[in-house]
Ligand binder design. Structure first.
Ligand code: T5A
Length: 213
């Protein structure tokens, strides 16, 4: 009998939602349960992907076209799946990724206005059957997220967008979560860190429990 494929978990949300913190909480809890999570991120996760990330988030190409941005996201993703995510899942390892294709639907789709059908073509081309098994969506008001993100670092190319852009992104994430309650777990990330962390732990425990059952 072959090794059972690993589980693929993603974390999503607008800027400053607390994804980095969530990744840490998930990794610690998984380790307590004897599961080693391979932590990675998008765009990025490979040498080429990180180089593309620098192009996408930096300000050198501020006037980049929307389609260019979309294609670079998927170029980074293709490399990531080919070199990191695919092989890890195949050997039975669990993968935890900070953002994945839901971010493309939310930012390039709902945010920039690229038609969903065009994104889907790339999703099917680059990913084949691969989809996350569990997605934690950290939801909070845009103002609160931007305020948190602004406290931490200089704005990147996306963080310079107007608030209306992030309202569309947030709305998009929530619409996707409502349409697929089997995969998504929405966590109210506007609360104190301890409450958010407790919720995240509970969600992962339930997910692991359901797999073991
Ligand atoms: N993108 C990405 C696309 O457009 N399309 C795509 O397909 C993909 C994959 C990537 C950018 O690329 C775009 C989306 C993004 O704009 P990123 O670094 O992954 O950038 O995303 P950011 O959202 O910029 O990451 P941030 O680091 O800003 O957000 P996090 O990780 O959600 O936030 P975190 O954990 O660093 O927290 C921010 C601050 O808030 C505090 C933390 O301590 C930290 O200081 N904080 C809290 N404070 C109070 N209460 C809580 N509950 C808190 N939780 C966190």
């Amino acid at each position: 009998m072959g090794t059972r494929r690993g589980q693929f978990i993603t974390v999503e949300g607008i800027e400053g939602a607390g994804k980095s913190t969530c990744m840490r909480v998930l990794t610690e809890l998984a380790a307590e349960q004897g599961i080693e999570l391979l932590q990675t991120r998008e765009p990025g996760g490979t040498e080429l992907g990180e180089a593309l990330r620098a192009l996408l988030l930096g300000h050198r190409h501020d006037g980049m076209g929307d389609d260019t941005e979309l294609l670079l996201m998927f170029a980074a993703r293709a490399e990531h799946i080919h070199r990191v995510i695919g092989p890890a899942l195949e050997r039975g390892q669990w993968v935890l990724c900070d953002r994945f294709t839901d971010a493309t639907y939310a930012y390039q789709g709902y945010g920039r206005g690229i038609a969903r059908g065009r994104i889907r073509i790339l999703e099917e081309w680059v990913q084949g059957e691969l989809r996350p098994d569990l997605t934690i969506l950290l939801d909070l008001p845009v103002e609160q997220g931007l305020e948190r993100a602004g406290r931490r670092s200089e704005p990147d190319r996306f963080e310079r967008e107007a608030q209306a852009f992030f309202e569309r992104v947030r709305h998009g994430y929530l619409a996707m979560a409502n349409a697929d309650t089997g995969r998504y777990r929405v966590v109210d990330a506007s609360r104190e860190l301890e409450q958010v962390s407790n919720d995240i732990r509970q969600q992962l425990r339930a997910f692991i429990g359901a797999i073991d059952a």
